[in-house]
Ligand binder design. Structure first.
Ligand SMILES: [Zn+2]
Length: 345
């Protein structure tokens, strides 16, 4: 019999792997015998053992005859690790409760078929919504070949991201900054435009919570930013137009470990595709107006995360300077699969 608390436990375990397993999905697993948990595990890091294996190995007694709760369909293919479906069969478990099918169209359903073929009872779809929510970056990435894009901004009540002089630091508060650092630690990359680097000189690292730093990406077609900016460190990607910088300036970036990426057109689509190829399943876009506008214009935002401060500016830098401001040309997001999350400060 299915018990919701065990699947909830498996979902909570899955969340622990968020960020460090990408571009793999986060998965949790709980093994139950005689109504109590005898083993549990989660996928902890990219290339590491899967949740099912960790759960089996942690078990306090033989897992034969047990019920297995797993948040994603057990894998059936030989990847970096041997397939989990085979192991579950070998361990002679009795039933497997699966929250969500594998969203990868190339393998979806194969694990379930293998388990069923060997006589294991398989039940699919329990708490599926919650499981898909945890892995929404991965699901988008694997099904479209593009990274999941979160647009994050802190705005005044009247929708400005900075005052007329470009000051913006006071718009966010301590709680929202911590929130942002947590999201950074779970996304594969953080992306900003040149204006944000110039006005805020941000590090874009994770400091206020525990967690790993994301890749950093700076869009600066003219190549005008100084290599001394805080954001330029080992692993940062700087995107410019071809030959925007002198050889001498390029070598100053390269000496700092910055990766230079030259892109001929200003379109985001080929750029995002190449980031996906580099294994980035999610990107947090943090500013500013020009970059936000391009992402919205080209229709790449999957999730808006907007912090609204109790503050009226009257004039300032807008969140978007596109579209041109008529109802007929407005960008309508309703009906699309876009999440809009407004948080009051
Ligand atoms: Zn597996």
């Amino acid at each position: 019999m299915f018990r919701i608390e065990f699947m909830q436990r498996a979902l909570n375990l899955a969340k622990r792997g968020l960020g460090s397993v990408s571009p793999n999905p986060a998965v949790g697993c709980v093994i139950v015998k005689n109504g109590r948990i005898i083993g549990e595990g989660y996928h902890g890091y990219f290339g590491g053992p899967h949740a099912e294996i960790n759960a089996i190995e942690s078990a306090s007694e033989p897992v034969s005859g047990s019920d297995v709760y797993v948040t994603l369909e057990p894998c059936s293919h030989h990847g970096k690790t041997p397939p989990c479906a085979e192991r579950l069969i070998r361990e002679k478990v009795k039933q497997v409760f699966i929250a969500a099918k594998d969203p990868n169209p190339l393998v979806s359903g194969n694990g379930i078929r293998q388990l069923k073929a060997s006589g294991i009872e398989v039940h699919v779809g329990y708490m599926e919504k919650e499981a898909r929510e945890i892995n929404r970056f991965f699901i988008h990435y694997i099904s479209t070949g593009m990274p999941y894009i979160i647009l994050k901004a802190a705005v005044s009540l009247d929708g400005f991201i900075a005052d007329t002089r470009g000051n913006s630091k006071w718009i966010s508060n301590e709680a929202s900054r911590e929130d942002v650092h947590r999201i950074r630690s779970r996304t594969d990359a953080v992306l900003v435009g040149a204006g944000t680097v110039r006005s805020d000189n941000p590090k874009l690292t994770v400091r206020l919570v525990e967690g790993r730093n994301p890749r950093r990406i700076v869009l600066n077609r003219s190549g005008s930013l100084p290599p001394e900016s805080e954001v330029f460190a080992a692993g940062t990607i700087l995107v410019t137009a071809p030959d925007a910088m002198s050889r001498e300036k390029k070598s100053r970036f390269i000496r700092k470990g910055v990766e230079l990426l030259e892109q001929s057109g200003p379109e985001l689509s080929p750029l995002l595709k190449s980031f996906a190829t580099m294994g980035m399943a999610s990107i947090l876009v943090e500013g500013g107006t020009g970059v936000f506008s391009s992402f919205v214009k080209e229709g790449f935002v999957n999730e808006f995360l907007i912090y609204v401060a109790p503050l009226v500016l009257g004039r300032g830098k807008p969140l978007f300077d596109f579209p041109p401001g008529t109802m007929s040309e407005a960008i309508r997001l309703s009906g699309r699969d876009t999440r809009i999350c407004l948080r009051g400060l």
